[in-house]
Design a protein around this ligand. Structure first.
Ligand SMILES: N[C@@H](CCC(=O)N[C@@H](CS)C(=O)NCC(=O)O)C(=O)O
Length: 207
């Protein structure tokens, strides 16, 4: 059965899932279905009771929600190019990187929703600052890990997710220049940005 991916081109989580499908060689099996988010009348509600993209209707016709679950499923479809090491310390390192890079997305999306959807007189500066703190501290974590040689040499789920998180910072927060204190990450990202799966899933400019 063809898989259907409930998608938004500006969602870093949806980008991650699409990149995973591409990296696993499953792109031709996945029908990408754009859906509106943050509205009550979107079709997404019929697929995901949480009203969020991504959601994936699988080969078996089950609808999976939450990007880590979807990535796990896609990774399980073939032994080729495993995105998560199957065992040992490397496995937990990879899952931890995945969770932390997702955390950068979570904090960034929180900020974006506040900025774009909440009335100006209801903005809460302290809360914005707290999200920025989470982002900066996690960037520092990755910068240190990279400098200590802790990144995988393969392009696994942790690296894919981090690429999407940094891509999202460039997309929405280019003016804040995350690169300024992250020389190693900057160099790493420059190389990763050339991967076809990353290039093909870039968010549309001006969206
Ligand atoms: N933890 C979820 C987060 C997904 C998420 O927050 N998606 C956003 C778009 S970037 C969304 O659809 N939000 C709509 C809403 O919260 O109502 C995942 O990893 O898939």
């Amino acid at each position: 059965m063809t898989m259907h991916l409930c998608f938004s081109p500006t969602s870093p989580y949806a980008r991650k899932v699409l990149m995973v499908a591409m990296e696993k060689g499953l792109e031709n099996e996945v029908d990408v279905v754009p859906m509106a988010t943050f509205t009550t009348d979107s079709e997404i509600w019929e697929q995901n009771p949480l009203g969020k993209v991504p959601a994936l209707s699988t080969r078996e016709g089950t609808v999976l929600c939450d990007s880590p679950v979807i990535c796990d499923y896609l990774d399980s479809l073939s032994e080729e190019n495993p995105l998560v090491p199957r065992s040992g310390e490397a496995r937990w390192q990879s899952s931890n990187f995945h969770a932390l890079a997702d955390g950068i997305m979570d904090a960034s999306i929180q900020r974006t929703v506040e900025r774009r959807q909440r009335p100006a007189d209801m903005q809460w500066d302290e809360w914005h600052k707290r999200q920025s703190l989470k982002i900066n501290k996690t960037l520092h974590f990755f910068e240190t890990a990279l400098q200590a040689g802790k990144f995988a040499t393969t392009f696994g789920i942790g690296e894919i997710t981090l690429a999407c998180a940094l891509g999202y910072l460039d997309f929405r927060y280019a003016d804040e220049n995350w690169r300024k204190d992250c020389p190693a990450l900057t160099k790493w990202f420059e190389e990763i940005s050339l991967r076809p799966s990353f290039v093909k899933t870039s968010p549309p400019e001006g969206a």
